[in-house]
Design a protein around this ligand. Structure first.
Ligand SMILES: C[S@@+](CC[C@H](N)C(=O)[O-])C[C@H]1O[C@@H](n2cnc3c(N)ncnc32)[C@H](O)[C@@H]1O
Length: 267
């Protein structure tokens, strides 16, 4: 493939990603197509990336071809306890304002981790609550969703490589929250049972519930064009109860005043 000229199917792929996932690929990003789709096309026995893409992007294409394409073309960069100050602010500002830490509080806590990737965000939440507020952890439900069914499957399994746990998990946390599984580490059952995983598309699907105390939509809005960002934010905000909070990436900005980098009141 000529690295300077986009391949014939590049336009079809750009339109498909924008229409199905809201993900905007700029015109010069076609190098991503070869890097990410060559192994998938080969695995599915296509003779070339072009034939795979044209087949997967045609109207009514089967899920067996669209799902691997979406899995490969979405960016799943994540890590455990990503952005320490964000989690600190949740403990210092957000949870107290929700009233769930009040003495004798019995209120359940409902959190939505939207665009959860391979699960590190949702598990970090479960681990933080378990470390600091064990009785609140017991009454917390975390719903974690992503458009990529492949990452949801990995997240549900909760098994991570040495490289993945090294990105954010300290040695004491590794001992406390994981068990060894061959050369990998598996998140302990008590955290895995706290998270409900489900595929969900932020642009075409409905939120997986309503009345959330917290919704996290971190590091995904950056992939959407402005109009789509606004639509997604409106939908996500409506799924949070009026006194709840929205968390986005600390370096992202949306309308309204944050109470701390990345944290906004729901309304
Ligand atoms: C960079 S990861 C962010 C993961 C995590 N929230 C974090 O901050 O570490 C972005 C995730 O957004 C997901 N995504 C992209 N478009 C989406 C859509 N339309 N609906 C739901 N998830 C989407 C991708 O599959 C990917 O896993």
């Amino acid at each position: 493939m000529d690295s300077t000229a986009p391949p014939a199917s590049w336009g079809a792929l750009r339109s498909f990603m924008k229409d199905t996932c809201g993900v905007w690929l700029s015109e010069d990003q076609h190098y991503l197509m070869e890097a990410r789709l060559a192994p998938v096309a080969k695995m599915l026995n296509y003779s070339s990336i072009d034939t795979f893409v044209l087949d997967a992007c045609k109207p009514g294409a089967a899920k067996q071809v669209t799902s691997p394409l979406i899995d490969a073309m979405t960016t799943h960069e994540t890590s455990f306890f990503r952005d320490g100050p964000f989690w600190r602010a949740m403990q210092d500002l957000v949870l107290p304002k929700l009233g769930v830490l009040d003495p004798g509080a019995t209120k359940p806590l409902r959190i939505w981790s939207a665009a959860c990737s391979t699960g590190q965000e949702a598990y970090s939440l479960a681990m933080l609550l378990d470390e600091n507020y064990p009785s609140l952890a017991e009454r917390t439900t975390i719903i974690a969703t992503d458009v990529s069914e492949g990452v949801i499957e990995l997240a549900r399994r909760g098994t991570y490589s040495v490289f993945e746990v090294n990105r954010g998990v300290s040695a004491p946390r590794l001992l406390k929250h994981f068990e060894r599984e061959g050369g990998n580490f598996r998140v302990k059952d008590k955290h895995r049972k706290r998270v409900v995983w489900q595929p969900q598309n932020l642009i075409t699907g409905w939120p997986p519930g309503e009345g959330f105390d917290i919704a996290l939509v971190r590091n995904v809005l950056i992939y959407f064009p402005e109009e789509t960002r606004q639509l997604v934010l409106k939908k996500v905000r409506a799924s949070i109860r009026p006194s709840g909070f929205l968390g986005i990436g600390s370096s992202e900005f949306i309308a309204g005043s944050p109470i701390s980098p990345g944290w906004y009141p729901a309304r």
